[in-house]
Every structure is written in structure tokens, then in C-alpha cells.
Design a protein around this ligand. Sequence first.
Ligand code: NAP
Length: 328
Amino acid sequence: MLEISENVVLAPYTTFRLGGRAKFFARIKTAGELLDALSFAREKKLNVFILGGGSNVLFDDAGFDGLVIKIEIGGIEFQDETVIAGAGEDWDALVERAIEKNLWGIENLSGIPGTAGAAPMQNIGAYGQELSQVLLWLEALDTANGEVRRFENKECGFGYRASRFKQETGRFVVLRAAVRLRADGEPNLSYRDLFRRELRTLPEIRRAVLEIRSSKFPDLAKEGTAGSFFLNPVVSPQKAAELAARFPGLPQFPAQNGTKISLAWLLDHGLRLKGERAGGARVFERQPLVIVADKNASAHDTRALAERIKKEVREKTEIELEEEVRVL
Ligand code: NAP
């Protein structure tokens, strides 16, 4: 039986630990419960927000005047080299299980907070691996007609930290995802932080990635954050050349539709924004793509800081930054 709570404080459900109350809040463990929750929202004409691990969202201080549905669909099932995970499973727990089984393909994605169902929404990526390289298919509920639909990899519209599900936010709710791993993989050490190291086995790579992440990113147990707040901009090759001339040393990488520039470098060395503050929110000292919220910070502080960064980047480079975090 679906239980719907009222006036639930949202902050503990997000890694930013910010945000007011949700008017209604439901945890769902099956597609049937999801349908019940959606019809409750329809009857009451409520806005709906689908929540996974809360690691990529900034709720407003005023809360959410609608129904927040927390996806807790469980289950991790291995079939040879394929693993099928319920959308509510913790992503990193899935990576850990794959490594225990000696399966390659997602080891560089160790330590990413969030759920397996949220992972395809933004096509999570780190250290040269992307979910889109290994996702076989996913099953999602189409909220437009209540039907469960299966999307093969090619139908997911994957791009750089993007997918059709993110583009059509709110329409599809991921229920399960299948990932194709390999028993005979090999290390992908293409990123600077990894290639200097002698890493051969899956547990070695996982340990190294977790170590690097914890040295560069805030400890979620101590500080509020949603990781990278903005996406690295992808610009035209002409624009990249112009930026390289103005900011010597700016790292650039070929991307699908142009040239990807390192926003962390630009914010730090180019615009000197490291340590910038707005109230209780600050640009993280060790990784300026990350905004950190102190215990007494508000969502308002965090948004104000993000807006200031966007303005500074716009004025100095004419680049319009795009948030990776969903800001409500
Ligand atoms: P880094 O290794 O210092 O590199 C800085 C930026 O340059 C990264 O954003 C990365 O882009 C890009 N880059 C570096 N080497 C590259 C290569 N060989 N080919 C293509 N692009 C390259 O970055 P970092 O901040 O420590 O992060 C390491 C990885 O973890 C990155 O992939 C980052 O995206 C990922 N990460 C993501 C989050 C998040 O919240 N989304 C949080 C932590 C880490 P990409 O970002 O496109 O890889």
C-alpha cells in the first residue's frame, strides 16, 4: 500500500542538505506504486518531482509545493556479463558488486553518488568512462500514458552528461537499467590522475579512483554539495583558440560537437574564483567546479553564488554556463 506523507523536510534527502518541505512525499518500490503516486498527483493537480539519491538537485528554501516521489526500486541481478539494476539501487554499490565479480566497464565510475536510475539521466562519466559506453537498455515509465517502455542504448539520445530523459525532464521515470560489462576488459588510464599510476586490477583501479575523488572532492558526511555544479562548456574550435590565446594553459579536449574546455581551470587560474563565497556557500578550494554549502547555508546563498559565477564567466568569456545540478 502506497504511503504518502505530508510536509516532509527535503534537506536530508539531498547531498546539499538544503531545501524546505515537500507538500507531499512518497517512497515507491514498484512500478505499480509509482502509478498510484502519479494518479494521486493528477487528482490533486500537483507538480511532481522524481528524486533518486538527491545528489544532483538543489531544492528551494521554500520547499516543493507538490509531490516528491523517491524512487526506491531495488534489485541487482547478474546474468553472465550483464547486470540489471533497479533504479533505486545505489550506483556505487553496483560498481562494487561488478568489481567483486571481476567485470570491467564501470570501475572508473567508482564513487559517484546517486542511484542507478539517475545515472542514465545525465549519462554519468568520469576518468574517460561514460555510462553510454556500457548501457544496454533501460526500462522507463512514460508518465504521459502510464506505459512501461524499453529503450535500447541508441534510443536514449546520449550526449555529454546528457540524454533524452534529461531533455524531456519529468516525462520518463527510469525503473531498471541493464549494463553490459566484460570479463576480459583492460584498464582505461587515459586521464592524467590515473595514467601516472601502475594500476592493473579492478580493485586497484577502484581504490585509486576513490582515493583521488576523496582528495579532490568534499566529504559528503561533512559538507553539503552536489559535486560539479556546472558542465564543462563545449565551444567551437575558433572560440577555443581565442580562449587559449587569452588564457594560456587552459586545458582543451576534443568533444562530440566541438572543443571541451576545463571549466575548473578557467574558474581557478583564469577568473580566480576559488574560495569565492555567498553567505554560507562557497566555491570549493580543491575543485572550483564544486559548490559547497556550510551547515548554516541556504539554497538562496548557493543559487546566488552560482549566478555570480555565471555572470563572471559570461562577462569575461561570453560563455553561457549550463548547470549540471537541477536547480528548483
Ligand atoms: P581533471 O582530471 O582535473 O580534468 C579536468 C577536466 O578536464 C575534467 O572536467 C575533464 O572533463 C577534462 N579532461 C581531463 N582529462 C581528459 C582527457 N584525457 N580527455 C578528455 N577530457 C579530459 O578532472 P576532475 O575534476 O579531477 O574530475 C575527474 C573526473 O571525474 C572527470 O571526468 C569529471 O567529470 C568526473 N567527476 C564528475 C563529477 C560530477 O559531479 N559530475 C564530480 C567529480 C568528478 P570531463 O569532466 O568531461 O571528464
